[in-house]
Design a protein around this ligand. Structure first.
Ligand code: NDP
Ligand code: 8X3
Length: 253
């Protein structure tokens, strides 16, 4: 069945891979992100397969999100599925050396941006008694790691917000899913390390991380299950990743 699907952060990584797979499946797409050149390139490619509307959008700009999403042209204005994917990590410094501005950017994007897009689209979904919100959390929201400080905390928000949405939406047919990937090779580390290719490459060296297409396949699956089935949480890691022991600091004897 053709659905109208809005993806935030469709210009790279998971969002772009979702756009490609959902286009192959014959849906109608609204692709958003800040980089208009990339949106235009992806639209030119994918509109051979399905209808594609592009929306230059910074999810941190509440007014712009409200205005642009509520004035989408027909038939792109009835969103069945929202993929809340736009997000980023900045830096890997310990909290006492981290940049406060970078913390704010992560909160504004990963928490407030996701919250705004969700709120704007929820009204219509509930009125139609139909819809699905798919949020991109992270294993960083569950498992702490050094330097994960605010990034991990924003993803903990995404998980609990997703669960609380389910509680509020009980009695409607609006579904909510949070997908929590581990190590995945996208532009994520290039963004985290501000374009330092050497540092970004080191994150993935010697192992086989997830790729964006792995996450896109999971997104397609959670959307495709019958409407009476709600996948609440999907936690997924590459096989090469698992938990380590708790750390114990010991003074030299
Ligand atoms: P990428 O950096 O490859 O893609 C991030 C996307 O988010 C881009 O399309 C970017 O578009 C968009 N974006 C960033 N900031 C904004 C903004 N202010 N407004 C609108 N769009 C924005 O990263 P991933 O694909 O890896 O990440 C996607 C999501 O998955 C994120 O939420 C991330 O936290 C999460 N995640 C990633 C993991 C990984 O290891 N890769 C693991 C677990 C979760 P543009 O710059 O054009 O605006
Ligand atoms: C991205 C996964 O472990 O790099 O959310 O934080 S991790």
């Amino acid at each position: 069945m053709q659905q109208t699907i809005l993806i935030t952060g469709a210009t790279a990584g998971f969002g772009e891979a979702c756009a490609r797979s959902l286009a192959r499946e014959g849906n109608r797409l609204v692709l958003s992100g800040r980089r208009i050149d990339r949106l235009e390139r992806i639209q030119a490619e994918l509109q051979k397969k399905c209808p594609v509307h592009i929306l230059q959008l910074d999810v941190r700009d509440r007014n712009s999100v409200e205005t642009k999403i509520t004035s989408l042209p027909s038939p792109f204005n009835t969103i069945d599925v929202l993929i809340n994917n736009a997000g980023l990590a900045l830096g890997l410094e310990p909290a006492h050396r981290a940049d406060l501005g970078e913390w704010e950017t992560m909160v504004d994007t990963n928490i407030k941006g996701l919250m705004t897009v969700t709120r704007v689209l929820l009204t219509g979904m509930v009125a139609r008694n139909r819809g699905h919100i798919v949020n991109l959390g992270s294993i960083a929201g569950t498992f702490p790691y050094p330097g994960g400080n605010v990034y991990g905390a924003t993803k903990a928000f995404v998980e609990q917000f997703s669960r609380n949405l389910r509680a509020d939406l009980l009695g409607t047919n609006v579904r909510v899913t949070v997908i929590e990937p581990g190590l995945a090779r996208t532009e994520f580390s290039m963004v985290r390390f501000k374009g330092d290719q050497t540092k970004a490459d080191a994150v993935y060296r010697g192992c086989k991380p997830l790729v964006a297409e792995d996450i896109a396949a999971i997104v397609s699956w959670v959307i495709a299950v019958p409407e009476h089935v709600n996948i609440n949480v999907v936690e997924v890691m590459p096989t090469c990743q698992a938990w380590g022991p708790l750390a114990v600091h010991k003074e030299p004897s």
